[in-house]
Design a protein around this ligand. Structure first.
Ligand SMILES: Nc1nc2c(c(=O)[nH]1)N[C@H]1C(S)=C(S)[C@@H](COP(=O)(O)O)O[C@H]1N2
Ligand SMILES: [Mo]
Length: 164
């Protein structure tokens, strides 16, 4: 390999974020920096207690997040509906930089109150978040125990249509 032509490594640990990818069953796949996320209508969530589902451990109280609704981003990316009824079988993977991932169903996001409170945050307690502080963070505000669907350093949202 010719080292001179290799792309310069990006030090994501140094506070920089790789852009968030919206991929899968979408008409317009997208790649969004924190700056790009700020261009969408912003919502602010109430403060909440972060608690682990597995251990029930209280982790910390989190100050109000500010960010963009996942459903707004998916509206912009436009979901594909290749076969009638695809939405009934569609799920979304929210994947962290470390491979940690969680799911949402289409119905949960677009046909229950849960979806209105799923936010991709770039600010916490009026302070901008950077990668070191977990940005961008995906947060599902309607969950009874918030930690599992509190994905730090969200890297990708992938839309998939399931088949039996
Ligand atoms: N990217 C990423 N986010 C994650 C996890 C993870 O492993 N990776 N673990 C989840 C779980 S199960 C818990 S309990 C909390 C832990 O939060 P903490 O690392 O701030 O203590 O983060 C959640 N978000
Ligand atoms: Mo956890």
């Amino acid at each position: 390999m010719d080292i001179a032509t290799a792309p310069a490594p990006i030090d994501h640990a140094a506070g920089q974020c790789a852009p968030l990818q919206l991929t899968g069953s979408l008409v317009h796949p997208m790649s969004l920096s924190l700056e790009a996320l700020r261009q969408y209508p912003a919502v602010t969530c109430p403060a909440f207690d972060l608690r682990c589902y597995t251990t029930q451990r209280f982790i910390r109280t989190v100050a109000p997040y500010r960010g963009v609704r996942l459903t707004d981003l998916l509206g912009e990316a436009e979901l594909r509906n290749d076969v009638d009824g695809d939405f009934k079988r569609m799920i979304f993977l929210a994947v962290g930089h470390d491979g940690y991932f969680m799911t949402f169903s289409w119905h949960e996001l677009f046909n229950t109150p849960v979806g209105e409170q799923v936010v991709i945050a770039y600010e916490c307690g009026d302070k901008a978040l950077d990668a070191q502080h977990g940005a961008p963070v995906l947060f599902s505000g309607a969950d009874l125990v918030p930690a599992p669907r509190h994905v730090k350093r969200l890297a990708r949202i992938e839309a998939r249509v399931l088949a039996l």
